[in-house]
Design a protein around this ligand. Structure first.
Ligand SMILES: Nc1nc2c(ncn2[C@@H]2O[C@H](COP(=O)(O)OP(=O)(O)O)[C@@H](O)[C@H]2O)c(=O)[nH]1
Ligand SMILES: [Mg+2]
Length: 393
């Protein structure tokens, strides 16, 4: 993995309330004492606006990146690998190390079967790394890159989910908190967007796709209704832009300017960006962390422990049935190819032999001709020689 990393920091005042006090006591202590890692992954076909979303997240009120120019330039490239962007959030004594993971050119190929495998592998590898560390007799601070939320970017075609989306979301949702996102909300009319959202939620239900379910319960009325509005906004329809534009009423905002007006990133009438950001880094960050630990990581660990003993390494992928089948197929294809080449070679060899025989025959004919000429020459020479009795004077 090539990790392209950038870091930035944030003033305590700009991130209000992670809701640390809502945590169960033990986790509360751990989190406040050591701070915590928090990783968000973005997945979706190329061109759906993942990189723009990351830029938007970093340039809206949340953070002011240190090395802005290089990071943005890099991000404009088509994603070809797994790139990690780092930032640090802080609230009083509570520190969050934020990792945002951009993913490979997903869905770019003619054959997109299993193109989510590298993503699923990445997610599982992070669980595996954590598991190995947990099993060490002496545990220092654990390195934790487990993915707490995976944002799946849906193309705003206004129609439906592609089979690729359904299969990828299924595979990802089984392993991690999956949050569906419709990108480029400004390209759909409000009515079309509403219908599109409903259709997507219907498909998610019908196909049994597991998505993150933000809990509603809360101590006060205000947070309850906030949580409710977040839940109802799913799948989040967002607008991404790190450009400042001026609205008709002269406000400078992050947004996209059109002849008919400005689509504002942080306007709840235009986009669910604020809701999504708030869910990720404020209201539900800790729920995402604890559900990752208690649901997804626990699932992974218990599944692994069914087939492995404590401390035993994960079986190599070559022992896996799917890989075995693939290997077998490859071997067959290789053997066929070799046979084909051997055949071609034999034919070519035969042709060469025939050609050699033909040339040899020609050579023989030439030889006998030369011999004949030589003997004729000899005869002529001996006839004309002064020693010849016919010419003796
Ligand atoms: N209209 C519109 N275009 C967007 C939005 N977000 C990104 N784009 C554009 O979509 C294109 C692809 O975006 P990019 O972030 O590179 O997509 P990625 O391949 O998923 O990383 C770029 O031209 C962006 O400017 C959005 O919210 N609305
Ligand atoms: Mg990109």
């Amino acid at each position: 993995m090539t990790a392209e990393e950038s870091s930035s920091s944030i003033e305590a005042s700009s991130v209000n309330g992670f809701g640390v006090s809502n945590l169960p006591n033990q986790l509360h202590k751990i989190v406040t004492k050591k701070g915590t890692d928090f990783s968000i992954m973005v997945v979706g076909e190329s061109g759906t606006g993942k990189s723009t979303f990351i830029n938007t997240l970093f340039t809206t009120e949340m953070l002011s990146p240190v090395d802005d120019s290089t990071r943005r330039k890099k991000q404009l490239d088509k994603t070809v690998d797994i790139n990690i962007h780092k930032a640090e959030l802080e609230e009083n004594l509570f520190r969050v190390k934020l990792n945002i993971i951009d993913t490979p050119g997903f869905g770019d190929y003619v054959d997109n079967n299993d193109c989510w495998t590298p993503i699923v592998d990445f997610i599982e590898n992070q669980y595996e790394q954590y598991l190995i560390q947990e099993q060490q007799p002496v545990r220092k601070a654990l390195l934790d890159m487990r993915v707490h939320a995976c944002l799946y970017f849906i193309r705003p075609n206004g129609y439906t989910l592609k089979p690729l989306d359904i299969r990828a979301m299924k595979a990802i949702g089984e392993r991690v908190n999956l949050i569906p996102v419709i990108s480029k909300a400004d390209t759909l009319s409000p009515v079309a967007l509403k219908q599109f959202k409903k259709r997507i939620m219907d498909i998610i239900q019908a196909q049994n796709i597991q998505i993150y379910n933000p809990p509603l319960e809360s101590e006060d009325e205000e947070s309850y209704s906030k949580n409710r509005s977040i839940l109802e906004a799913l799948p989040f329809a967002i607008i991404g832009s790190d450009q400042d534009v001026v609205t008709a009423d002269n406000r400078v905002v992050k947004g996209r300017k059109y002849p008919w007006g400005v689509a504002e990133v942080e306007n709840d009438e235009h986009s669910d960006f604020r809701k999504l950001r708030s869910l990720l880094i404020r209201s539900h960050m800790l729920d995402l962390i604890s559900s990752t630990q208690e649901l997804h990581y626990d699932n992974y660990r218990s599944n692994q422990m069914k087939t492995r003993k404590f401390g035993e390494p994960k079986p190599r992928s070559a022992d896996n049935k799917k890989f075995k089948d693939e290997e077998e197929n490859l071997r067959k294809r290789f053997t066929e190819k070799v046979k084909l080449e051997e055949n071609r070679f034999r034919q070519w060899e035969q042709k060469l032999i025939a050609e050699r025989d033909r040339l040899n025959k020609d050579l023989e004919t030439e030889h006998s001709l030369v011999k004949q000429l030589e003997s004729e020459l000899e005869a002529i020479q001996s006839a004309s020689s002064p020693n010849s009795k016919y010419f003796r004077r």
